[in-house]
Write a protein that binds this ligand. Sequence first.
Ligand SMILES: Cc1ncc(COP(=O)(O)O)c(C=O)c1O
Length: 403
Amino acid sequence: VTTTTSAITAVPSDVIRIYQSMSALALEMGAVNLAQGVPEPVHDDTWRAALAAALPTAHFQYTPTRGTPALRGAIGGIYDADPDRIIVTSGCTESLAAALSGLARTGHRTVVWLEPFYSYYPGLARIAGLDHRGVAIDLSGPTPRLDLDGLRATLAPFGERAVLLLNTPHNPSGLVLHGRDWADLRRLVADTGCFLLLDDAYRDFRYGPSPAPYAALLATGRAAIAGSASKSFAATGIRLGWLLAPQELGPVAESVHMHLSNCTPDLVQQAAVRVIEQVTPDVVAQVRDRYRRKRDALLTALTAAGLRTLTPAGGHFVMARPPDGGSWRTGTDYALALAPALGVVPLPLESFFAAPGPPWLRFSFAVSEDDLATACRRLSRQERTGHQGTGHGGPDTWGRGVK
Ligand SMILES: Cc1ncc(COP(=O)(O)O)c(C=O)c1O
């Protein structure tokens, strides 16, 4: 693999464009793109058939702002929740925007999230006019760990004016809350009085027996759930999401949603009802098993390449960094050195942290089996050929021409 400086120097520091820049770099280098945040398109055929079946009866005018009764019923079925609590949106991004803006209009002032954080969060908080604080996930061990005391200390001063925006399974660390964590968390929410906004984008990618207590959370009246078809139904481009909101938030979030996107196309809603019917829990479990295997393969290959990994209990990504003693100033420096040496492009994670820290990278295993197999072969061969550049020395110590 050869690369040109144009691709490297074109990588901008801008938060969102880093995804596009790393993908462009992968294309230019002929490297495997593990930087992207899109799932393997495992349900494309189901979507195609559902859209074709919906087309003859679809209409092309405004739809009800909250979504069609049929789709709200289908989403209610997923969560065992009252369809009257559901607002259909243009993806989880819009659900979060509507919820945060709605919460800002109902007296909330500060949003607290886990750090590293999904890089869209600061922008969404700013649009809503909310201050924000991050609480560090403990990344020192082999698995990411929640710091409940840190959360409590950060939330407590804000009382009922705080929103806890909790993403689990977590992007990028793969942190998943288990039974005991949920009990602790519910106590913390009750004690501090904060509002809990659950980012459920990766709901179907929990690799252990760890369901979320959705019904109990909703029953508190101080919790909302934002989810979407993007990951669960492998359709990031169909732009279909949902917000399950209590009475306190629902009407104001609906009003924000009406001003943001008004409504979701009838064709998409009709097709989504069919897809939800057809992608049964058994199908979801098969996809999840496949992802679990891909996670394990990527972990093995990254370890073989000499990187220090965190084992994710959920989600689509593995976080990795150089072993201690690495001299990389930033994740971007590290990623730009790794990419030509390995023929694999990861996402540098600066934009997922508030302040500079270790050069963490994020590798996606949501790519196709072929791409992942190629990436794993390249990562493993690195060890067999004896390269030692994963943390000891600068880019010059890396070999080139892996492809
Ligand atoms: C944690 C998290 N929340 C929300 C989203 C946005 O999802 P959607 O495509 O449904 O807007 C993503 C997308 O990658 C995500 O990683």
